[in-house]
Design a protein around this ligand. Structure first.
Ligand SMILES: [Fe+2]
Length: 271
């Protein structure tokens, strides 16, 4: 077991979730008035100032337009963190282009990874040509198989779309449409510690039968929690951090920029 010299506490595996970056082919591309690349750069600066992550997970909507140039910008931004970046697609990604572009070191598009005995499981919840989320049988069968084969490894399940209602009608019309199939698998394995997603551009924490359900803010525009219709939340972007301990416990939290790095169109009716 690795320990800190100072206090002999076990050293955690440090994970950072940086999600919904929404970059464009144009490096000056803006979402509701906000330069998404500039905003991502600010969040990455904050990560590098406040954390020393061992790995990063980016849980979808890496780009807004799905172009190869936008994925190149994503790579340029993330590469300077200097650690592996596990990538999931979102509804704004072009999955074929995503798979081609995000498969070279330090970027990984894999089903799973076991690191320091923690099992990371990555599920593709995207549906071609749709904003909605769905977990195909192939995704759930793979989840089932990996969980069955690694009962002693605490597991985190990552996906893009939310598998539970966020209490926001417009957003919940674009959720995973078969969450019961996911929970039917996850509920059979006591080693599942958390299910985490992006997509909702807001912080969210809930406990379901001892499993943490967690969402992270976007690195650009935030959505108003609990809003029936599309609405922007004027709080700064940020990221989620996790510290995963050898005793199978973990800590997590959200860190934000001190202010929004630009102007946002507050009257926007959609994105
Ligand atoms: Fe998004």
């Amino acid at each position: 077991m690795v320990t800190n010299d100072s206090d002999m506490e076990p050293k955690p595996l440090r994970v950072v979730q940086i999600t919904d970056t929404h970059l464009y082919s144009d490096p000056d591309g803006r979402l509701l008035g906000l330069n998404t690349r500039h905003s991502l750069e600010q969040v990455i600066d904050l990560v590098m100032k406040t954390r020393q992550p061992d790995l990063v997970v980016t849980s979808g909507d890496l780009t807004h337009d799905g172009s190869p140039q936008a994925y190149q910008h994503v790579q340029d931004c993330f590469r300077r963190i200097g650690v592996p970046v596990y990538c999931l697609p979102g509804n704004h990604d072009e999955v074929a282009t995503f798979n081609t572009c995000m498969n070279s070191d330090p970027f990984l598009t894999v089903r799973s990874a076991r690191i320091d005995n923690w099992q990371m499981l990555f599920l593709d919840s995207t549906v071609t040509g749709s904003e909605n989320g769905h977990l195909a049988k192939t995704e759930l069968d793979a989840l089932d198989k990996i969980l069955a084969s690694s009962p002693d490894s605490p597991a985190l399940i990552w996906l893009h779309h939310q598998p539970v209602p966020m209490g926001s009608r417009w957003l919940d019309s674009m959720a995973v449409d078969n969450p019961q199939d996911l929970f039917e698998v996850a509920d059979r394995y006591t080693q599942v510690r958390a299910i985490l997603w992006g997509h909702v551009h807001q912080q969210f924490e809930q406990n379901r039968n001892g499993v943490q359900l967690l969402a992270a803010p976007s690195t650009c525009v935030q959505f108003q929690p609990g809003s029936e219709e599309f609405a922007v939340d004027l709080i700064p972007p940020g990221y989620r951090w996790l510290e995963l301990f050898p005793d199978q416990s973990f800590r997590t939290g959200v860190e934000r920029l001190q202010k929004i790095p630009g102007e946002i169109d507050q009257d926007a009716r959609g994105y």
